[in-house]
Ligand binder design. Sequence first.
Ligand code: GLN
Length: 464
Amino acid sequence: MRDLWESREALARGEIALDYILDELYKNIEKREPVIHAFLSLAEKEELGTKAKEKQNALLLGLPIAIKDNICTLDFPTTCGSRLLANYRSPFEATAVARLRAAGGQVQGKTNLDEFAMGSSTEHSAFGPTRNPWDPERVPGGSSGGSAAAVAAGEALAALGSDTGGSVRQPAALCGVVGLRPTYGLVSRFGLVAFASSLDTIGPITRTVRDAALILSIIAGHDPRDSTSLTFPPQDYWTDLRPKLAGLRLGLPREYAPKELGEEALALIDRWSTVAEELGAQVLEISLPLTEYALPAYYLIASAEASANLARYDGVRYTLRILAPGVAEMIAQSRTLGFGPEVKRRIALGTFALSAGYYDQYYGKAQRVRTLIAQEFQSAFEKVDLIFGPTSPTPAFRLGEKADPLSMYLSDLFTIPSALAGLPAISIPGGTIEGLPFGLQLIGPRLSERTLLAAAWAFEEALR
Ligand code: GLN
């Protein structure tokens, strides 16, 4: 199947019509969507075809992009996978979506996710799980599981996801597609429903590295409506991008290749090292000893921020309202019925961590650990240009397999440290284990997206 860019090129050359591309996508949707359940809402094929006619001079020529349902769009509800927002319609559109539209893209529909993006399997959606296109008994990863599954199943050409601690990269890895988490602040968070504001990012999930670069070029750039948006001159990540690993020093952290990963995963990691060396890179073993503290620090910081961000769902604004005698009772009942168990767990943990007397012991300490982790990456990047390793410790697991929260949290072991440090990172298909995709992750210094994408592209070509 063509990627987004090839589709655009074939359209521009008049080799195929948009209707043909839409037919292909919607045939896959008809065939696979009843099992996969990647979308929570979906545009009519005919409507996309009609609206594309107004976009004939723009870069993307009316091609559809699927959008994770915690990113606000005008033409569909934005539910965040929550009962509480089941009918919520945003009065404004996220900057990333507005930029895609301005570049000639269209919103194909909204994709399924773990409620408020909290999870790693898309099983925490209030609207039922998404299934992995490689094996419907398995999860697609999460929280952007709908976006990754839609692209992997050929139901979408490309998608947007959000990555707070791994939610673009981990589902991309488990579904065998590409997922890019940009440097924190490079893509506007305006219109992304807040989970943990100091960690939240929007990133593309695509079939190819080149498509991730194309979408990044469109959605990146300063936005005065996001106070953490970087004032960094707009960059083109794409036009003259070429695959390149030659001359790079690549660090493989010992902590990202522990024995516990198993022989097959370790063999793939060896293969990646060999491929990199064959392409002219130098592979160095490095150590990031603070890796083991990233998970506890993340779950304190992310939950603390979530407990504050989710306080706005009070049954009055936005949302599901359960009528009860008295305001306090109405708020309590609306939240009790509206939020699922994982969201409640995070709110409880975050509220406790922030409570008087505990603030410094938990949140303050976690913030200090976060600073140390960022410094550890910074010193590593004095010795190497990029870091690589697996995206997630295992390929896709079975639905229901990770019933206790901690075992679920562990699937983000390798994506959380770089998220805490605000670094860009990409997951690309790195091979298979027992017939299931296993993701290769590359992590770079802040704003190193061009180097990162060029290296990922070289790996992609070599590993295809
Ligand atoms: N799985 C992680 C969590 O549950 C990361 C989620 C995300 O990046 N949105 O918090």
